[in-house]
Design a protein around this ligand. Structure first.
Ligand code: COA
Ligand code: ZN
Length: 308
């Protein structure tokens, strides 16, 4: 469905700021502000976006405008949008809004499924399988998150055996992309190396994505480790916004500008212009106090040639 993604980019950056980044913010951006932020990201060359989520507006009021926002996004075959889906009701809402891509969210533990989507692990697994199957039958792009892939805020370390059982189930159901998510930013490079090497062997790099949070400042170290294991698809959030309101201890995602700088600098093709991305960081910062910016930003802004 989206063959372009592997044709001319060696690293695919999936911008999750509009969903993971905004879902936890104390202030709620207007639909117009979200659209303005989207356009600055698009102008920097980003083509893959997690646009919003179709969850309960009571639980996540920040994304209550999901349907309206999705309809305002430019329809262009070179752009990929996914929407996070917690249950079948969310899938119906996404379909009605014209979604072309979805992302189901399955946590690897009992505790996080309960807190996040009010389901047991068994229930959540079955619901995610059904939604992925339907999405594929109906011609949508389907990604499956396994949240708390390394550690859970309620249950500690996640056994890799459990993680891979769930990944297998999602891939068998037809998921195009498996997003292995360090939801609370608790992984270390050693674990990342082992898990992603195994994932690349089992599913191929075209089906594996890495989703890191920068809670302990290790986000880029984890991303580099995953890249060395063969991962070519990465989630990140502009200005390092992000975090799950239902997973205590989760802080911002690894910043898009940190990943883009690192991958461009070592010679990977991301298709994203770092200086233009700094303008998007500026836009996010004017809208949200929490937009602290990635680790690279102070250096980038102090360069004589810094572009705003
Ligand atoms: N979209 C909108 N509303 C939804 C919905 C959806 N996908 N699914 C359920 N609802 C509504 C129900 O109709 C009900 O509404 P009411 O209170 O007006 O009757 C209410 O939400 C509660 O639904 P219920 O089925 O009792 O389940 P719940 O209270 O356990 O909530 C979720 C389930 C999934 C809706 C809720 O836990 C949720 O939105 N979680 C957000 C998860 C998230 O965004 N996490 C961060 C990203 S990983
Ligand atoms: Zn996340």
């Amino acid at each position: 469905l989206f063959p372009y993604t592997t044709l001319f980019r060696s690293i695919l950056i999936n911008e999750v700021g509009l969903r993971d980044g905004l879902q936890n913010q104390p202030s709620i951006l207007s639909t117009d502000q979200k659209l303005a932020l989207f356009h600055t990201l698009r102008a920097a060359g980003i083509r893959d976006f997690e646009a919003t989520s179709f969850v309960s507006p009571k639980h996540v009021p920040q994304l209550a405008d999901a349907a309206e926002f999705l309809r305002l996004l430019p329809q262009d075959r070179s752009l990929r949008y996914t929407c996070l889906i917690p249950n079948e009701r969310g899938y119906e809402r996404a379909l009605a809004a014209g979604a072309t891509g979805i992302a189901v969210v399955l946590s690897a533990t009992e505790g996080l499924n309960q807190k996040n989507i009010g389901m047991s692990l068994v229930q959540a697994t079955e619901v995610c399988e059904r939604v992925v199957r339907r999405a594929k039958d109906e011609g949508l792009f389907a990604r499956a998150y396994i949240a708390a892939a390394f550690a859970c805020p309620f249950e500690g370390l996640t056994p890799p055996r459990v993680l891979f059982e769930l990944l297998d189930r999602m891939r068998t159901a037809g998921a195009d992309e498996l997003a292995i998510a360090d939801t609370i930013g608790a992984a270390n490079p050693r674990q990342v190396k082992d898990v992603f090497q195994e994932a690349i062997n089992r599913y191929d790099d075209s089906h594996v994505a890495a989703h890191f949070h920068d809670t302990r400042g290790l986000g880029t170290a984890l991303a580099w480790t995953a890249a060395e294991a063969g991962v070519r698809r990465f989630d990140s959030s502009i200005a390092g916004l992000g975090g799950c309101p239902f997973a205590p201890g989760a802080s911002g995602n690894v910043a898009t500008e940190d990943l883009v700088f690192m991958f461009n600098d070592v010679g990977f093709e991301t298709g994203i212009d770092f200086n233009a991305l700094l303008a998007a960081v500026g836009t996010a910062a004017t809208m949200l106090q929490a937009a602290r910016g990635g680790h690279i930003v102070p250096w980038a802004r102090s360069r004589p040639q810094a572009a705003e």
